[in-house]
Design a protein. Structure first.
Length: 286
């Protein structure tokens, strides 16, 4: 994920952060509490959203927002279970403006590694410095374009211990990698020891979607491509699950919109929910 203007996060990172921030302002109850979602946008963007959060509240934006906050909650719920089992390393791939490193409730007991494109990471670190907020547990920032590979090598250079279990968050990343690169990434991480896990989302092959879902997915794909961030991969769920098992992931949960809606948006008075089946959310364990 690249961005020509290094003074700003990548377009996708910024949009995801905006959706998490609007969730704090408009949705009740909040599914994913994040007190830093607004401040980390910077003063100007924060002011614009506070003045008019409804600018990102059309039906398409609401569905996108639901997917974004649900996937974050899903990943951090899985992380919490991993920590209870003794996992002490957390890797956030394509971290963007994710705020966990500044919210880390486990402190020094959970070492956080953030991996992202150097340009996006540079801007994020500047925003964190502007907030003047201490970062629990001294997180490590690993500047890496995931398309280049060598993830574990780069993590180890930053102090990651590949002999110890880790939990990996990989949200909003796989669509921007080719199918082969996604499978190679999952295969590389499958070398981690038993007890390790990964939460990720992925794009569903368009031919498996309804006509309406195909139109919605094509619209989104065109919008991101116009920003210089084309979607490159899509998978058949059954085939991806089989590939994960072949790689050595022993347990795989693979949820669609209906399952995630039941988990996090059941019988909400405001009607917030994920409306499209264009993406799925998975959690795999070693």
């Amino acid at each position: 994920m690249t961005c020509a203007d290094v003074s700003r996060p990548s377009p996708s990172a910024l949009r995801v952060a905006q959706m998490r921030a609007v969730h704090q302002l408009l949705d009740e109850p909040v599914v994913f509490p994040d007190p830093l979602a607004l401040p980390l946008l910077g003063a100007e963007a924060q002011r614009a959203l506070r003045d008019d959060p409804y600018q990102l509240n059309d039906p398409f934006a609401r569905s996108m927002r639901a997917g974004i906050v649900a996937r974050s909650r899903y990943a951090e719920d899985a992380l919490a279970r991993a920590v209870v089992q003794g996992v002490a390393q957390y890797v956030v791939l394509g971290a963007g403006l994710d705020t966990f490193a500044a919210r880390n409730p486990h402190g020094a007991a959970l070492r956080v590694f953030e991996v992202d494109h150097p340009d996006t990471q540079r801007r994020k670190r500047a925003l964190l410095a502007d907030l003047g907020r201490p970062l629990p547990g001294a997180p490590r920032f690993v500047a890496l374009d995931l398309r280049a590979g060598q993830l574990l090598e780069s993590l180890c250079a930053a102090g990651f211990d590949p002999r110890r279990p880790a939990f990996i968050s990989c949200l909003g990343v796989t669509p921007y990698l080719a199918d082969t690169a996604v499978l190679a990434l999952l295969d590389e991480l499958a070398a981690l020891p038993a007890g390790s896990g990964i939460a990720f989302d992925y794009r569903v092959a368009p031919r498996l979607l309804s006509p309406l879902e195909q139109v919605m997915q094509a619209f989104s794909a065109q919008a991101f491509a116009a920003q210089g961030e084309p979607w490159l991969s899509a998978f058949e769920p059954e085939g991806l699950r089989a590939a994960l098992h072949r790689q050595g992931w022993t347990s795989v949960d693979d949820l669609g919109p209906q399952e995630l809606n039941r988990l996090y948006f059941h019988r909400r008075r405001d009607g917030l929910q994920i409306g499209s089946g264009g993406f799925r959310w998975a959690c795999a364990w070693r």
